[in-house]
Design a protein around this ligand. Sequence first.
Ligand code: ADP
Ligand code: MN
Length: 291
Amino acid sequence: FANQIKTDELSFTRGKTNKDKANRATVENVLDPRTMRFLQALTSRGVISDFNGCISTGKEANVYHAFAGYKQNQKKDKTGEEESPAPDSVENNAEEEEAPEERDEYAIKIYKTSILVFKDRERYVDGEFRFRKSRSQHNPRKMIKIWAEKEYRNLRRIYQSGVIPVPKPIEIKNNVLVMEFLNRGNGFASPRLRDYPYKDREEISYFYYNMIADIRLLYQICRLVHADLSEYNTIVHNGELYFIDVSQSVQPEHPMSLDFLRMDIKNVNLYFAKMGIDIFPERLIFQFTIS
Ligand code: ADP
Ligand code: MN
């Protein structure tokens, strides 16, 4: 399995890291010693196991693959069965050899901790924190922690609403966000909309209508504007659109929310127009904000 995801980064399961590796990780600004400690903590708490290769390397974050740890699998055993026999037999089943065949898979988004990235991000959106100058705003490490937490909270909010598909949020620990891994089996990630091989024109239209409906539901039910919506931040999973990358999402009360919303609609329209289908005029879609 591990071979199917390219391991071009430090592998956590390899055990002790030597100085060279640790330094390289610090240069990469992702798996620095502190981040490694958070991962270690998540592992020893049984949240994750088998930290694998890199799914994506981005400007602000890298995304890695991991399996659920014994804690999560236990939880699954307990809640998954209709009538589990005796609780202690479940405990016994959680032993290493008796691990369930179907293990949950996680995507671990690790925010980069470099000051360069921080500076770049500062220019960009900052939701509620933008106009509330706190001391942490001048501390890159704390800022990154806030962004990661913000993504987690936004994800949880959308997930709990049940109206728009998003990966299930699992844990947040500083700059490390653990969520459900959207896969299409055999360890492969589900494709982004950008890479999705459409069956026919009808399917393109179907996704377009869904996208527009989801933007509206996100606004009206979840009270959020994605603020970085595109074919890159949408994953097609089980025939449905999943929104990801919601760290910069803002509430309608944010002074820039309608500008962000307009941008989201513009991006989506541009993409689907490029795909050759008839799109609704931006201002028509925008109507729902005043209804
Ligand atoms: P970035 O800030 O780098 O854009 P994203 O949250 O968009 O971070 O994630 C980067 C990429 O990682 C996505 O385009 C997607 O391919 C992959 N990815 C992110 N989250 C998941 C997930 N939960 N399941 C599967 N793949 C994911
Ligand atoms: Mn993204």
